[in-house]
Ligand binder design. Structure first.
Ligand code: GLV
Ligand code: GLV
Length: 319
């Protein structure tokens, strides 16, 4: 029998498929595992199913002397030192594809609720401050026919562009690599420099991974380059934005608003962010659709079973 540790209770019964081959231990606490706890349990484990909030650094990986696979229950894997894992011949897997639609849907949920001030309106209505229809009550921004800027045009970025077809938007995108012509054509996406995307877009939505190159990619200068009417959406990773600079820009009104699912010091917010009326804040729930989260369990289980049985897993990020 192999030993598998799961750092957080997962939805559904998907982990049962591991049981014929593995002893499965699930973190019994209803909270994230600490680094000390990981260091203590890892020497006995053949496989680890980790969360994006688990710090799997080189010290943790070195403690996993029997470890063969780390399956991260997320598409992003910036919480794992992949180079250290590779050095120890540990396969690292993620859960792409199954969460593309839920994540793209949620970027749109944030975009629309920020543009049309849905959350402010909800608070006003609940608190009894809605005293009657008024011509200038909570004026927001139109979406139809506007320019959408997508930064990071992988599956999720493309999913956001696909959904924008119904709004007849002009779509600019910036990505490390230009997309194939057929993809650009299918979703009417125009390749542009980061500078042009920021300058010309009414909505800018971030879909890149967090890497040393993308950390603080959106800082004070980039925010200044955006239109004063623009809205910034982030469902990628918090540190892609310099959040302190964003608080400043939102306070000064140098952009109209922001919709954020991720934060630089998650779960903490930079000072002042929570007090701003022109942000919509979500607790990192872009993939949190019930079906999606169950499908993600199947994907991590497939990965663990494949590696333990000597097969190539589908979603290895270091192979
Ligand atoms: C969520 O943020 C993920 O990376 O899956
Ligand atoms: C995620 O699956 C992406 O490629 O954006």
């Amino acid at each position: 029998m192999y030993n598998v540790f799961v750092t957080r209770k997962l939805p559904g019964q998907g982990l049962e498929r591991l049981r014929p081959l593995c002893n499965v231990t699930i973190n019994p606490e209803d909270r994230n595992i600490t680094k000390e706890e990981l260091l203590a349990i890892l020497p006995e484990q053949d496989a680890l199913i980790s969360m994006l909030s688990d710090p799997i650094d080189s010290e943790v990986i070195e403690a996993g002397s029997k470890l063969k696979v780390i399956a991260n229950y997320a598409v992003g894997f910036n919480n794992i030192d992949v180079a250290a894992a590779s050095k120890q011949d540990i396969v690292v897997c993620n859960t792409p594809v199954v969460l593309t639609n839920a994540s793209a849907d949620f970027a749109w949920a944030l975009l629309m609720s920020t543009a049309r001030r849905v959350v402010e309106g909800d608070a006003m209505t609940r608190s009894g401050q809605f005293t009657g229809w008024a011509p200038e009550l909570l004026l927001g921004a139109e979406i139809y026919g506007k320019t959408l800027g997508i930064i990071g045009a992988g599956r999720i970025g493309q999913g956001v562009a696909k959904r924008a077809q119904g709004f007849d938007m002009r779509i600019l995108y910036h990505n490390r690599h230009r997309l194939p012509y057929n993809v650009e054509k299918a979703y009417h996406m125009e390749y542009a420099t980061l500078e042009s995307v920021l300058k010309e877009s009414d909505f800018v939505s971030l879909h890149c991974p967090l890497t040393p190159e993308t950390k603080h990619m959106i800082g004070a200068n980039e925010l200044r380059a955006m239109k004063p009417t623009a809205i910034l959406i982030n469902t990628s990773r918090g540190p892609v934005i310099d959040e302190t600079a964003l608080v400043q820009a939102l306070r000064e009104g140098s952009i109209f608003g922001a919709g954020l699912d991720v934060f630089e010091d998650e779960p903490a917010l930079k000072p002042g962010l929570a007090q701003l009326p022109n942000v919509v804040l979500a607790p990192h729930i872009a993939s949190a659709a019930a079906e999606t989260r169950s499908n993600m369990v199947e994907i991590v289980v497939d990965a663990v079973l494949a590696v333990l049985q000597g097969q190539s897993p589908q979603n290895a990020v270091n192979r």
